[in-house]
Ligand binder design. Structure first.
Ligand code: SAH
Length: 359
């Protein structure tokens, strides 16, 4: 059965045309689903009875099930969503005074194996479908609204989306881009492309494609200023080394967009003043914002967080080099909702020998 959450406007128009209907049925149905939160075809009163009946026979609007909801002392929410079998993913909502940001997952687990990330330790099972990605926004928006939550004047709970949850979004390119199109569509969630940020460990060919097909804000998980160190921390660097990565970032930033560079602060590993100077040199001439992320620990992690004084020192060196630099505030760590702590439940298919969490 077709899940209508798998289609963006174009896909849905084609679906209705194939049924012998007018393409505008797509925008009507999108409004019902994504704006009104209606999942029952019978309640879609501007469709004919015959069409509603037909839809019931051939299609569904199916969402993952919310298994648990946790709320942190600082107001951050974390939901565990049950998918098929033993698979589950997490998503996080971060409320701030002027915005509400939803952090969305794109895969069950992750195949990239970054040394400091809890998701990596779980291994990889599969890509999320478009429906499973957009359903995260649907579930969060409508459940927060039902709780009376509102950050935006127009009655919206979620004003920003970051593709920064579990998984590498650019190795699930088509499903992620289709979901982002729904987020931006006026008949979907109407978010501007400046309010969507995709974070990548640096899948160069997919970054080039993203720039052409769906140029949302880009965040790049850099974490090291040299190939030797980055090969170790972010192994995908061996395939797409810094020279290529930085050239691609430079091109992405051409349209005067800032690129965010994420840099996790690991004590004694990548956090010295000389690392800061090398980083400033690497990013010279790129419209860059650097986001320093204090390392968030998880069970069996081998790293420690850099002290706040050393992080400030590192930040000041970058600022002196004229790089906009902020230290990311840790949110929701009391419920393991902070960067790099998302784990969900993954039926690992990679069978990695070092998968210590799974012993
Ligand atoms: N695969 C994508 C999306 C994950 S985003 C990417 O790598 O960008 C999650 C962000 O949190 C990334 O910048 C990631 O490097 C960072 N991160 C991972 N583990 C972390 C940890 N333990 N502490 C702090 N940040 C971490």
């Amino acid at each position: 059965m077709l899940n209508l959450l798998d289609f963006d406007r174009q896909g849905l128009s084609e679906f209705f045309v194939k049924l012998g209907e007018k393409p505008f049925r797509a925008t009507q149905v999108m409004k019902w689903i994504h704006q009104e939160g209606v999942l029952d075809f019978d309640a879609m009163t501007n469709l004919s009875k015959a069409l509603r009946q037909k839809l019931k026979e051939i299609a569904c609007i199916s969402l993952p099930q919310v298994q648990t909801t946790q709320v942190s002392q600082d107001g951050t929410y974390k939901w565990l969503l049950k998918l098929d079998g033993e698979n589950a993913v997490e998503m996080v909502f971060i409320p701030e005074d002027d915005r509400g940001t939803l952090c969305i997952s794109s895969q069950v687990g992750c195949a990239l194996d970054c040394r400091f990330c809890a998701t990596a330790q779980q291994g990889f099972n599969r890509n999320l479908s478009t429906a499973e990605i957009i359903a995260q926004l649907w579930l969060a928006e409508h459940s927060l609204r039902a709780d009376g939550y509102q950050v935006e004047k127009q009655g919206r709970a979620i004003s920003n989306v970051v593709m920064m949850g579990m998984g590498e979004p650019l190795t699930n390119f088509n499903n992620v881009v289709t979901a982002m199109r729904l987020m931006m569509d006026d008949f979907g969630y109407g978010l501007s492309k400046r309010r969507i940020t995709l974070s990548t460990a640096g899948i160069v060919p997919a970054m080039i494609r993203l720039r052409e097909e769906c140029p949302v804000n880009l965040a790049v998980s850099l974490h090291a200023p040299t190939d030797a160190l980055r090969d170790e921390l972010v192994p995908i660097n061996k395939k797409y080394p810094l020279k290529e990565l930085i050239a691609t970032c430079r091109a992405y930033a051409k349209d005067k967009r800032y690129i965010t560079f994420e840099y996790v602060m690991l004590k004694g590993v990548n956090d010295s003043p000389s690392h800061a100077r090398a980083l400033a040199k690497l990013l010279r001439g790129i419209p860059a914002k650097v986001n320093l992320i204090p390392f968030n620990p998880f069970p069996h992690s081998q790293y420690q967080r850099t002290t706040i004084e050393a992080i400030d020192n590192f930040r000041d060196i970058l600022i002196q080099a004229k790089l906009i630099t902020v230290t990311r505030k840790t949110r929701g760590d009391d419920i393991d909702a902070a960067c790099g702590q998302l784990a969900g439940k993954v039926r690992d298919k990679t069978k990695r020998p070092f998968n210590i969490l799974k012993k």
